[in-house]
Design a protein around this ligand. Structure first.
Ligand code: FE2
Length: 392
């Protein structure tokens, strides 16, 4: 029997009001001083207030670090780690979307190691062993509070970082770098605008589908992933159409959470390998990039996982799709395309400014991205280029 390996997150509080538990959780871990990494837009929107009030209530002092950039780069992580060290805080709190939480996890890792190291030193590289990580006991306790429903970064161990000189996206992280606590509060997404709701929602769906068809064997997660796909099918449209819909927001937050847990153990696929260069080289939002590439990656990958894609179709359609297994698997692709249209996201690369002459560089970068390793059908640089062409 094949061995299955599961990586589970730390303590997770889910539900309306969960963010207000940050003071209690900090205090329970012996912290009297916190360092908060927060997305500046999130702070401007007033979403940090509940966090600060909760820390005030238990006399935990804090410093706020808001120099979070989209797609955090090596230098910005370096500066944040330096600021954390200088703050002498006992606990690290990340508040925001994927970029803020990735930065917090990268800082957690770096603070555990020597100040002379850079985050690139810990990069997981294709065909290259990464350097040993610092001991987990030296890393600061970390609390992650997501403000979008998509990345699931609050329950994954990785951070995706961009190398400035060539815009290469690379990952760092293993079982030691999970946030110790995740406070998953749908309240924080009630004011998220329609575009970001749609794009981050497609990130969550990509995680769920890619994990479900992954070649990495982790069967305990399968029923949970199917449930996550059903949640997206039921609630992404209403969350985009009317943001102040608590049930739709809670469903999407839960789908994102499930997606994060799923990819931590089952990993991803070629859709994410295709999406990362679109962000690095063409500035496309990560979730949007996933949405643009997902139907094409699915159509290509179908022969490797027909029965699984057929089950995805059932979950997306909310009923047992009729027909043979191939026909049902194809229905999953159509269902994703229909969803993209209904949530008003662009469906062609040319709609987001990508031109044909960029495809060779995109394909070259995509094949160096490790995520395709567990794709149900093998890929090559030529296949990556063909999938970008198909999406153009
Ligand atoms: Fe993603």
């Amino acid at each position: 029997m094949q061995t299955s390996t599961y990586l589970w997150p730390g303590t997770v509080h889910f539900g309306f009001g969960a963010a207000g538990l940050v003071g209690q959780e900090s205090q329970a871990r012996g912290a009297t001083s916190a360092f908060i990494i927060v997305d500046p837009g999130v702070m401007k929107a007033g979403l940090l207030d509940v966090v600060l009030d909760s820390l005030y209530a238990v006399n935990v002092i804090f410093s706020i670090y808001d120099k979070v950039v989209p797609n955090p780069d090596v230098e910005s992580v370096q500066l944040a780690a330096k600021a954390y060290r200088e703050s002498k805080a006992h606990i690290l709190i990340g508040v925001g979307g994927g970029s803020a939480l990735d930065m917090a996890k990268a800082v957690k890792l770096m603070v555990g190691g020597p100040a002379s190291a850079t985050v690139w030193d810990y990069a997981t590289r294709l065909g290259d062993d990464r350097r040993p990580y610092p001991p987990a006991s030296k890393m600061p306790t970390t609390i992650a509070i997501p403000t979008t429903a998509g990345t699931g970064a609050e329950v994954t161990p990785w951070a995706v970082i961009t190398r400035g000189e060539d815009q290469l996206k690379f990952g760092v992280g293993d079982a030691t770098t999970f946030p110790d606590v995740a406070l998953v509060d749908p309240t924080l997404t009630l004011t998220l605008p329609p575009f970001l709701t749609a794009a981050t929602g497609m990130d969550a769906l990509s995680h769920l589908i890619e994990a479900y068809v992954s070649t990495n064997h982790n069967p305990l997660l399968d029923p949970m992933i199917v449930y996550g796909i059903e949640l997206v099918a039921r609630s992404l449209r209403p969350a985009v159409a009317h943001g102040n819909n608590p049930q739709a927001r809670a469903d999407m937050m839960q789908a994102s959470l499930i997606g994060g847990i799923a990819i931590s153990s089952k990993w991803l696929g070629a859709c994410h390998s295709l999406a990362h260069p679109l962000s690095g080289l063409a500035g496309v939002h990560h979730g949007l990039a996933c949405g643009l590439m997902l139907p094409h990656q699915m159509a290509y990958s179908l022969p490797g996982a027909l029965a699984r894609y057929a089950a995805v179709a059932d979950a997306l359609r909310g009923e047992s799709v009729k027909g043979g297994v191939r026909e049902r698997a194809l229905a999953a692709v159509t269902a994703v395309t229909d969803l993209l249209q209904d949530i008003a996201l662009p469906t062609r690369l040319r709609d987001v400014g990508v031109t044909e002459d960029l495809i060779p560089a995109l394909a070259k970068a995509a094949i160096t991205d490790l995520n395709w390793w567990t794709n149900p059908r093998t890929v090559s640089e030529e296949v990556m280029a063909a999938l970008y062409e198909a999406a153009l």
